[in-house]
Design a protein around this ligand. Structure first.
Ligand code: F6P
Length: 333
């Protein structure tokens, strides 16, 4: 159980705006539902901005009622739609947007998204004086200040389902498979999927190795005769790395198949874990805004809801836990 902090109400809030931004992540809808119903139960109106910050910029705000968020808890994607909004990088656009929000009686904004979106939220909070609270919504789980992000658990499970199937084929044909997973420049999905899927090797971003080196690594960890192998490759800055590595392995006499999971990892019904996480964080976002907090992201640390200044989110990089890297090396045999 993630314990929400008890926050006394110090501010009267009339209206909140909520938006989802950046890549969609399973559980975003559950967060929108929790915000709407928590706020609604306290007499606070909620307006949904369509397509992320674009909706705020263009005044595309729709009221959300308690009933309108029914039956969205279990749906992947985001019913609010999402976008990566270039216009919001402009301080003048942000200032106009904040004026428009205030004119409509909006006192607070909840932004659900990844590090880029939360950086936008930080600028809005700092420049406008509106109460802005961010929630980590990304399958990548690469956001500093939180051990978990909405959508990560579902994406890991989706990738694992594929990996378990690929393992059957790898085993049946004595084949080597390279399975590329998402995660942008971070390796959290790859590391989790690699450990949970029993990968013989995990290639993290910025750890591109040659075909020869990979075969040496796999052979070096083997403690028994095995003809098939499954290697998890984190997508990194080079989009063709996995296919090139498979071709190189083939040329070295180790035929390999490359399988790029891609966007299948991003959609789908959120897991129970992500639904609960999104619900708890969504409700707590309303508590924090009513408690006078702003310019913070809510996340999970040591089993409890914890806050992180939004300013840190865009500036700092979350690092992979050394103990997990060691665990992955120990278990790959
Ligand atoms: O940030 C989520 C994510 O799915 C990353 O894992 C991936 O690199 C990126 O978005 C893909 O973005 P797009 O859907 O815009 O191609």
């Amino acid at each position: 159980m993630w314990t929400p902090p008890d926050i006394p109400v110090t501010r009267t809030i009339r209206r909140l705006a909520v938006l989802t931004s950046g890549g969609d992540a399973p559980g975003m809808n559950a967060a929108v539902r929790a915000i709407t119903r928590t706020a609604g139960s306290r007499g606070i109106e909620v307006l949904a901005a369509e397509r992320g910050f674009s909706g705020l910029v263009h005044g595309q705000l729709q009221p959300l009622s308690m009933g309108s968020v029914g039956s969205i808890l279990q749906r992947g994607g985001t019913i609010l739609k999402t976008d990566r909004c270039e216009a919001f990088l402009d301080p003048e656009v942000r200032a106009r947007t904040a004026d428009d929000l205030r004119a409509q009686g909006v006192d607070g904004v909840v932004v659900i998204g990844g590090d880029g979106s939360l950086t936008g939220a930080h600028h809005l909070a700092r420049e406008s004086g509106l109460s802005v609270v961010g929630l980590p919504g990304t399958i990548d789980n690469d956001i500093v200040g939180t051990e978990d992000s909405i959508g990560f658990d579902t994406a890991v499970n989706t990738a694992l389902e594929a990996i378990d199937r690929i393992r059957d084929t790898a085993h049946s044909h004595d084949r080597l498979f390279l399975v590329e997973v998402m995660g942008r420049s971070s390796g959290f999905i790859a590391l989790s999927v690699g450990i949970a899927g029993g990968a013989e090797a995990i290639l993290l971003p910025d750890q591109a190795i040659t075909g020869d080196a990979l075969m040496t690594r796999i052979a070096g960890t083997r403690t028994r005769e095995k003809a098939s192998s499954l290697v998890v490759v984190a997508e990194g800055t080079d989009p063709s790395y996995t296919t090139r590595l498979a071709a190189e392995l083939g040329a070295l006499g180790h035929p390999a198949r490359a399988c790029i999971l891609g966007h299948v990892q991003r959609g789908g019904n959120p897991s129970g874990h992500d639904r609960v996480l999104a619900s708890v964080l969504g409700a707590s976002a309303v508590d924090h805004i009513q408690g006078g907090h702003s310019d913070i992201m809510l996340g999970i640390r040591d089993g409890a809801i914890a806050t992180t200044p939004l300013e840190r989110v865009g500036r700092e990089r979350k690092v992979l836990p050394e103990a997990w890297l060691e665990l992955a090396r120990t278990l790959a045999r």
